[in-house]
Design a protein around this ligand. Structure first.
Ligand SMILES: Cc1ncc(COP(=O)(O)O)c(C=O)c1O
Length: 399
């Protein structure tokens, strides 16, 4: 096995340098922990950026993959695929949607949602209705349509011209929404809790009013639940917290229990616009990814699982608020469930590096916000260790 240094050298020589990577190579994971090439253990509060919701190598998912790998790895969507149909049926059972399109990532799921929204109006005699409204500080992915939907200037640099037909408005602002609606508006695309944008929560009244306006004007409401889905906020989907339903939902990240898979779901009425030949993905809904996803979903929907992780999230949030009382370096605490963040009054990069030295992986976004996205099986003991470590680090930083 290669050392951390050898791994870093190999990566830097042959892998595109489009990520700012930390100087460790992760080689093994189990439960809430990962190990680097030197054998050092880290408690993982990043969880592959909200992918490993069941922890690393969850036995049920690993066993399902082993079983499926010996049976059928890939066949084309020209044929019926058993794990895919089973997964779609299960997702339909636990959500508002009737049918699902499968792909391999979040950005593809959003591309599918954008195409479905436009196609639906085209099929319904309104081909000019193509504009999609998205929110400042949103993040919807890196392919051209999702990138154009993402309202963050830094993500657009060097990639213009963007795709036309996207309008950006401030988050949680109904007046701005009303001002920007036109006869051409076909959809509003929104993360109920913005992830990459800083863990920003939509207000309940805002989402309810948004739903009402979309109903009145016949606009499709698309929820990007790529980060918030699969128990991250203490419910299977964040929309359940707000007691409203979107028309279209996009999913990825934790959907596959660690395996790449994305999905876009909607009601029969709308998704019928994805008629044969309108859209596709060679690997979308392949047997292996769907078997992994089914196994993961089975654990997530087990009685009491989400309730327990939600209680853990409440405990974590309380601890973060207490930390804020002790340290003026913390400007704000945000989040829900196990999607939490602290905004600092200075850059957070050094906190991440210091935590790493102490055996903790955390993530810094928007320069000064520390985001916590641990596996949903994180324990109070592990949270206490993180809080103690942050406390030590902040004490030194405030000296
Ligand atoms: C809310 C949201 N949408 C879309 C994406 C893009 O997903 P992917 O990286 O799988 O394309 C992300 C990824 O961070 C995300 O958080």
């Amino acid at each position: 096995m290669k050392s951390n240094q050898e791994l870093i050298k190999l990566t830097n020589k042959h892998v595109a340098q489009n990520y700012g990577r930390y100087p460790i190579g992760l080689v093994r994971g189990k439960g809430t922990s990962v190990w680097d090439a030197s054998g050092k253990k880290y408690i993982d509060f990043v969880a592959g950026l909200a992918v490993d919701n069941l922890g690393h190598c969850p036995p049920t998912v690993v066993n399902a993959i082993r079983k499926q790998a010996g049976k059928l790895l890939h066949v084309s969507n020209l044929y019926h695929i058993e794990p895919q149909s089973q997964l779609a049926a299960e997702l339909a059972r636990v959500s508002f949607a009737d049918k699902f399109f499968f792909c391999n990532s979040g950005t593809e799921a959003n591309e599918a949602a954008i195409k479905l929204a436009r196609r639906w109006f085209y099929d319904n005699g309104q081909p000019k209705r193509h504009e999609i409204i998205t929110m400042n500080d949103s993040f919807h992915g890196r392919t051209m349509a999702s990138l154009s939907a993402t309202a963050q200037k830094k993500i657009h640099i060097g990639f213009k011209p963007l795709l036309p037909g996207f309008k950006y408005i401030p988050f949680n602002d109904i007046a701005a929404l009303k001002k920007n609606l036109t006869k051409k508006t076909c959809a509003v695309l929104i993360e109920p809790i913005q992830g990459e944008g800083g863990v920003n929560l939509a207000q309940e009244t805002y989402l309810k009013t948004l739903r009402k306006i979309c109903n009145e004007k016949g606009i499709l409401l698309i929820f990007d639940e790529i980060q918030t889905g699969f128990g991250r906020t203490g419910r299977l989907f964040a929309y359940e917290r707000y007691k409203i339903k979107p028309d279209i939902i996009t999913l990825a990240k934790a959907l596959g229990g660690g395996i790449a898979i994305g999905a876009m779901g909607s009601t029969n009425k709308i998704i019928k616009s994805f008629a044969p030949g309108t859209h596709g993905a060679t690997f979308g809904g392949n047997p292996l990814a769907c078997a992994a996803s089914l196994a993961s979903l089975k654990t997530l929907t087990k009685k009491g699982f989400l309730k327990k992780s939600s209680t853990t999230g409440d405990y974590f949030l309380k601890k973060l608020y207490r930390l804020k009382d002790d340290f003026s370096i913390i400007r704000e605490v945000r989040g829900v469930g196990l999607m939490l963040a602290i905004e600092l009054n200075q850059p957070g990069a050094e906190v991440v590096t210091k935590c790493m030295k102490e055996g903790l992986l955390i993530n810094c976004i928007q320069q000064n916000t520390i985001r916590f996205l641990p596996p949903l099986i994180i324990t109070r003991k592990e949270i206490n260790f993180l809080i103690r470590t942050l406390s030590k680090i902040f004490t030194k930083m405030e000296q």
